[in-house]
Design a binder for this molecule. Structure first.
Ligand SMILES: NC(=O)c1ccc[n+]([C@@H]2O[C@H](COP(=O)([O-])OP(=O)(O)OC[C@H]3O[C@@H](n4cnc5c(N)ncnc54)[C@H](O)[C@@H]3O)[C@@H](O)[C@H]2O)c1
Ligand SMILES: CC(=O)N[C@@H]1[C@@H](OP(=O)(O)OP(=O)(O)OC[C@H]2O[C@@H](n3ccc(=O)[nH]c3=O)[C@H](O)[C@@H]2O)O[C@H](CO)[C@@H](O)[C@@H]1O
Length: 465
C-alpha cells in the first residue's frame, strides 16, 4: 500500500492527516504560504516549508516570522517550529522525497499580458524529483483554468516517470487576503476543492477538513476550482472599473458619486465597489489576463475593465494637473507629494501599486515628485522620501493621496501652507483648512464622507456608533 493519501479511504485519510502520517511540504513561504504552512503544522504536526530565499528559510527555521501585519502568525510560527511540527528548508528535493502531500503556493505573475507560470513550473520540477506513488499535489496558487489538467499533471508525470494514475492533483485556490490570513485559512469562507479526478478531490478535502471549520466545497473538477478563483478576481476588477467610471462622472453630474454609490449599495442587488486611483497587488490586476491571454471567446467587458483600471493612475495625476492649473499654477516644475506607495493600506507590497503609475505620469508632466509611506522606502522608487512628521516643514505645491496609510491620520493639515490636494480615496477631511481639495469621485457640493469599502473590509473595522 502506498504511503501517500492518494487512494486512501475516508477513514484512513482522517486518521493519517490527524496523526501526521502524511507529511506535507509547502512550496513558497510568502504572505500566503507561511500562514498556510503554520496552520497545516498546527493541524497535522508534520510540515516542511520550502523556499528559494535563504533568508526566508533561516527566519522561519529559527521560529521567527518575516510576514508582517498578520495577527497571530508570529506566535503560531514560533510555537509550531518550537514543537518540531514545522521546519523550513531550501532543499526542495529532499522535502519532496519525504513528503506525501505537496502544496504549491508561489506567485503566478503576468508578463506582457501573458500568464507567467515559470515559478510554478520551477516548483513542479522539484516536486517531480521526489514524487512517489500515492502522493497528492495541491495547487493553492491562482492558476488559469485548466492548468492542473493540461500542464501540472503532464509536467509531474514527465519529471517523475510516474503514470498520471499513480498520483493525485487538486486545485484548492487560496481564498485569503493579507491581514486576515489565519482567519481566512481557518474558515472565513468555504474552501473550494477541485480534483483532476474524484480520488484527488477526496484526499484534498480530507486535508482541508483538518484545518477549516467552514464547508469544503468540492466542485466538478480542477479546472472549475481554478475558474472559481479567477472569476472572483475578475469580478472584483470589473466592479472596481465600473466604480471608477461612475466616480469620474461625479463632477460632471455635480454630485459625490461615492455618496450615490453608498446609497445604491443599500439594496442587495447592488454592490458597487470603491472608486480610487487604480488597482494594485499581484492578484486582481493579473487574474483577468489568465482569461484574456488564452481565450478565443471575445472578452470585451473583461478587457475594457482592465484597461479602465490601468489608466486610472495617469488619470489621477492628470486630475491633479487640471486642478493645479485651475488654481493658476503649472504642474511642470511643481513640487508634488504622493501619499501612500503600497497597493493597499497596511500591506508592505508595491507590485502594480497605483502610486507607481501616478509618479510616472507626474514625472512625465515635469513635476518634482516626493513620496511618503511608512511601510516602504520611497527612495527605492526614485522619488524623494518624506517622513510623515516632516510634511508641514516642507514646501509643496500639491499632494495626491493614493493609499491612506493609518499614519496619515496624524498629518497636521492646518500647519501646511495651502496647496492643491487630490484625495484618491476620499480618506481626508480637509474642511476648515485652506487647501483646494478634489476627489476622484465627485467633489461638488457638501460631500458627506462615507466609509470606504476598504475600511469596511478591514479586519479591525468597527462601524461608527
Ligand atoms: N497576497 C495575497 O493577498 C494572495 C491572496 C490569495 C492568493 N494569493 C496567491 O497565492 C500565491 C502566493 O502569493 P504570495 O502573496 O504568498 O506571494 P509572495 O510573493 O508573498 O511569496 C512568494 C514566496 O515564494 C517563494 N518562491 C519563489 N519561487 C519559489 C520556488 N521556486 N520554490 C519555493 N519558493 C519559491 C518566494 O521566495 C516567496 O517567499 C499566488 O498565486 C497568489 O496569487 C495571494
Ligand atoms: C476577490 C477578492 O476580494 N480578492 C481579494 C484580493 O485581495 P488583494 O489583497 O488583492 O486586495 P484588494 O482589496 O482586492 O485590492 C486590490 C486593489 O484594488 C483596489 N481596490 C479594492 C477595492 C475597491 O473597492 N476599490 C479598489 O480600488 C485596492 O486599493 C488595491 O489596489 O485578492 C486576493 C488574492 O486573490 C484575495 O485573496 C482577496 O480575497
Amino acid at each position: 500500500m502506498s504511503r501517500g493519501p492518494y487512494g486512501a479511504s475516508e477513514e484512513r485519510l482522517r486518521e493519517g492527516f490527524h496523526a501526521g502520517e502524511y507529511p506535507i511540504a509547502v512550496y513558497g513561504l510568502g504572505k500566503m504560504g507561511l500562514p498556510l504552512a503554520a496552520v497545516f503544522a498546527e493541524a497535522t504536526g508534520a510540515v516542511t516549508g520550502v523556499d528559494v530565499d535563504p533568508s526566508v528559510v533561516e527566519t522561519v527555521a529559527t521560529g521567527d516570522c518575516h510576514v508582517t501585519a498578520e495577527p497571530g502568525l508570529a506566535d503560531l510560527v514560533a510555537g509550531q517550529v518550537e514543537g518540531g511540527r514545522l521546519t523550513a528548508t531550501t532543499d526542495g528535493e529532499r522535502a519532496a522525497r519525504e513528503a506525501t502531500v505537496h502544496v504549491v503556493i508561489v506567485p503566478t505573475l503576468v508578463s506582457g499580458g501573458e500568464p507567467d507560470l515559470s515559478t510554478v513550473e520551477a516548483v513542479l520540477d522539484v516536486v517531480a524529483a521526489g514524487l512517489s506513488p500515492g502522493d497528492l499535489v495541491i495547487a493553492e496558487s491562482t492558476l488559469p483554468p485548466g492548468t492542473c489538467r493540461d500542464a501540472i499533471v503532464p509536467h509531474l508525470a514527465a519529471g517523475s516517470g510516474l503514470e498520471p494514475a499513480e498520483f493525485g492533483v487538486a486545485a484548492c485556490p487560496e481564498r485569503t487576503a493579507s491581514g486576515t490570513a489565519l482567519r481566512d485559512i481557518r474558515g472565513a469562507y468555504p474552501k473550494v476543492v477541485g480534483g483532476v479526478d474524484e480520488v484527488s478531490a477526496r484526499a484534498a478535502s480530507a486535508l482541508y477538513r483538518e484545518v477549516s471549520n467552514n464547508e469544503i466545497h468540492v466542485v466538478g473538477d480542477a479546472a472549475t476550482a481554478e475558474a472559481v478563483k479567477v472569476f472572483e478576481g475578475v469580478y472584483r476588477d470589473a466592479n472596481i472599473a465600473l466604480a471608477n467610471e461612475l466616480g469620474l462622472l461625479g463632477d460632471e453630474l455635480g454630485i459625490s458619486a461615492r455618496e450615490a454609490i453608498a446609497a445604491a449599495n443599500a439594496i442587495p442587488m447592488c454592490d458597487l465597489h470603491d472608486p480610487g486611483p487604480g488597482v494594485g497587488g499581484h492578484c486582481i490586476p493579473n487574474y483577468p489576463y489568465f482569461l484574456l491571454a488564452g481565450s478565443e471567446t471575445p472578452l470585451e467587458v473583461i478587457r475594457t475593465a482592465r484597461t479602465r483600471n490601468e489608466t486610472m493612475p495617469a488619470a489621477t495625476a492628470d486630475a491633479f494637473a487640471d486642478e493645479l492649473a485651475a488654481a493658476g499654477e503649472e504642474v511642470a516644475g511643481a513640487s508634488v507629494l504622493v501619499l501612500g506607495l503600497t497597493y493597499r493600506p497596511g500591506v508592505a507590497e508595491t507590485r502594480r501599486s497605483p502610486a507607481l503609475g501616478v509618479i510616472d505620469r507626474l514625472e512625465e508632466l515635469g513635476a518634482d515628485v516626493a513620496a511618503c509611506d511608512p511601510l516602504v522606502d520611497p527612495g527605492e522608487f526614485g522619488v524623494r522620501p518624506v517622513a510623515v512628521g516632516e510634511i508641514p516643514d516642507q514646501e509643496f505645491d500639491g499632494a495626491i493621496l493614493v493609499t491612506p496609510q493609518t499614519e496619515f491620520e496624524t498629518i497636521e493639515w492646518k500647519r501646511i501652507d495651502p496647496m492643491v490636494v487630490v484625495d484618491g480615496r476620499d480618506a481626508l477631511d480637509l474642511t476648515g483648512t485652506d487647501h483646494r481639495c478634489r476627489t476622484l469621485a465627485g467633489s461638488v457640493g457638501d460631500r458627506p464622507r462615507v466609509v470606504s469599502r476598504a475600511e469596511r473590509e478591514a479586519p479591525d473595522y468597527l462601524p461608527d456608533q
